[in-house]
Design a protein around this ligand. Structure first.
Ligand code: FES
Length: 130
């Protein structure tokens, strides 16, 4: 009888401890989510309200609507040309794809929107990550 209770107790303990141990091992062995590298750092006041700041070499535009900031890759999703930023939206000089200020396709041949990049406020600067 003693052995049966001990076996049952061992079984229940194992049933509780095993998942916890596996979760701990899983957490230890899997890499933590890597933070994307910073592509740009810019002071928010440099971006005009309702406008955009274009970083031609990095092929990134940062738009500002009030206190909201949005960063878009200027790499055209059709064949990779650099998209030009105009007051009314964006246009690709290679084959004429048009995008709105959110990066959505207005007319092709591009079928996918411009890539939206991560923007975070870090102290007194915006950090664009991609
Ligand atoms: S590369 Fe932009 S439309 Fe073709």
């Amino acid at each position: 009888m003693e052995t049966v209770q001990q076996t049952r107790r061992t079984f229940i303990t194992t049933l509780i401890a095993l998942p916890l141990a596996l979760a701990g091992i899983w957490r230890f062995l899997t890499p933590k989510a890597l933070k994307k590298p910073a592509l740009l750092r810019v002071a928010p006041h440099e971006i005009p309200v309702g406008g955009a700041l274009v970083f031609r070499q990095e092929r990134i535009a940062i738009m500002r609507e009030g206190t909201d900031y949005r960063a878009l890759s200027l790499v055209c999703t059709h064949l990779g040309c650099t998209v030009s930023v105009l007051p009314e939206g964006m246009i690709c000089p290679c084959h004429g794809s048009r995008f709105d200020r959110q990066g959505a396709v207005l007319s092709g041949p591009a079928e996918r929107p411009l890539e939206r990049l991560q923007v975070e406020v870090s102290g007194d600067e915006l950090v664009v990550r991609g």
